[in-house]
Design a protein around this ligand. Sequence first.
Ligand code: ADP
Ligand code: TZD
Ligand code: MG
Length: 574
Amino acid sequence: MTNDAQSQDTIDGFHLIIDALKLNDINTLYALPGIPITDFLRISQAEGMKVISFRHEQHAGNAAAAAGFLTGKPGICFTVSAPGFLNGLTALANATTNCFPMILISGSSEREVVDLQQGDYEEMDQLAIAKPLCKAAYRVLHAEDIGVGIARAIRSAVSGRPGGVYLDLPAKLFAQTIAKDVGQKSLIKVVDPAPKQIPAPEAVNRALDLLKNAKKPLVILGKGAAYARADAEIRKFIESSGVPYLPMSMAKGLLPDNHPQCASAARSYVLAEADVVMLVGARLNWLLSHGKGKTWGASSSKEPTKAKIIQVDISPIEPDSNVATAAPVIGDIGSCIAAFNSAMGSSWNKPPSDWTGAISERKDKNLTKMAETLAKNPSPMNFHSALNVVKNKIKERPDAILVNEGANTLDFARSIVDMYEPRKRIDVGTWGIMGIGMGYAVAAAVETGKPVIAVCGDSAFGFSGMEVETICRYNLPVCVVVFNNNGIYKGTDKNPAGTDMAPTQFVKGAKYEMLMQAFGGAGVRAATPEELSKAMDEAVSSGRPTLINAIIDEAAGTESGRITSLNPAAAKKK
Ligand code: ADP
Ligand code: TZD
Ligand code: MG
């Protein structure tokens, strides 16, 4: 026993929490110490848990969220009370928005004092604050309820539509003791935490009828499809149906991006033309223009697509969220796609060749044009010439995980860098949130042991930049490539008043590489594709923490990347 509070016959809260997590195969904690969890983290280490300690809770939380997506088990983030909890909350809300399973566990102050608002150390009613921002929130007051608390948190995080869960553990709970046999019996190993949800056969047939009679069918694969780990069934379905597909950004690689049926290079054509669209683990949110407007071949921004929508999703309330859904198929993606595969039989007719032929023609044209652009070698580098290097590295190392954030740095990387394996791309997701970079990179390295390449805009990187120390401390195989264009979107804005710098501007010629050097990692400046390529090769082959400061033309980007039109001033002009 590592804790004095325990005798032969009793067990304390510290150990019950650890045992409950371990019993459920959870062995890694992403955390930031302080009252009341410092001892807990120490004891966790002593009991064989892996504890990854961060410099800011948001990044510990982001790491837990990415771990959830990458493993299908809830990632765990531990924080201190009030401010630590609040710092972790953004990550919890982001995980919930992205349907990633994570559990934020925060220590909290004395309930009696908090509830009477008597001003305790780091006083806050954390449970009440967390509730609207996550899928479920629980508090455990008694040691004998720890098993139930952890079980409920796990089940809530991974069953149905996955999401973030908050678990509130008041300081007093950790040192509470109960009889050892009572404690051990109270722990729960969660059986089948994310049960299969089988779709109704009539829903499957309704959807297949639509797909069968379509002249221009299209499948859209979203990150829910990547999360579902039904890779073989999905590939079989796509290939035996012959339907062209579009991967959303985190579904890239579910089938390799160079697959003949991948329609990414003809995205605007297929979205505007398709007559039946089957969404698989993708929501019709802003990322798909809500299923309305010119993107979908409609004449005005409010007009819905004429395409009939099939939606395969685990959430029964997702269909009809933006436009009418002709064929909802509710169930887990593995079961739904397996049902499609068996109902399709062997006499399935592939889509008309004028549709697939027209797509191929456009793809060929666009890919040729893109290849010409990528082959240019401007000085300074632009997004294309630098990303061409990243594209080649991922082709050489398809097992590497690509973390991606920024505006232009994100949008260009999404379309230029092909992915070849499932769940290898993690990015700003549904919110388009900056700051996930280093947290996601740490989790990707810890959970997979594979090389991690984090391609971040200089602004995006700044949100989590201090975690390069964490990367060095754990000696993680992470290569951060900062796309340095001296600012947010571009480095060329001017302040019209001519006083301070414009709000989108950063110090010019910043030496980001020195941040990594400060903690013993490798820091390299790369001003040409050759320099970038050499530095990335070294980073990936050595596995040494590396930051490459990639110098990008400060005039190359556009305002907000591809979503300029969402800025109120641009919307006013329309
Ligand atoms: P993207 O941003 O890639 O378009 P979204 O995050 O919008 O993807 O959509 C993911 C969808 O996947 C959510 O509606 C979620 O309910 C669904 N989902 C997540 N996991 C599963 C699963 N195992 N089976 C079915 N649907 C799932
Ligand atoms: N804050 C948070 C948490 N998320 C955001 N998305 C933003 C602010 C707004 N924002 C964007 O949407 S992109 C971006 C910000 C600040 C940074 C873009 O600059 P960058 O990328 O240097 O990362 P590029 O390559 O210069 O466009
Ligand atoms: Mg920038």
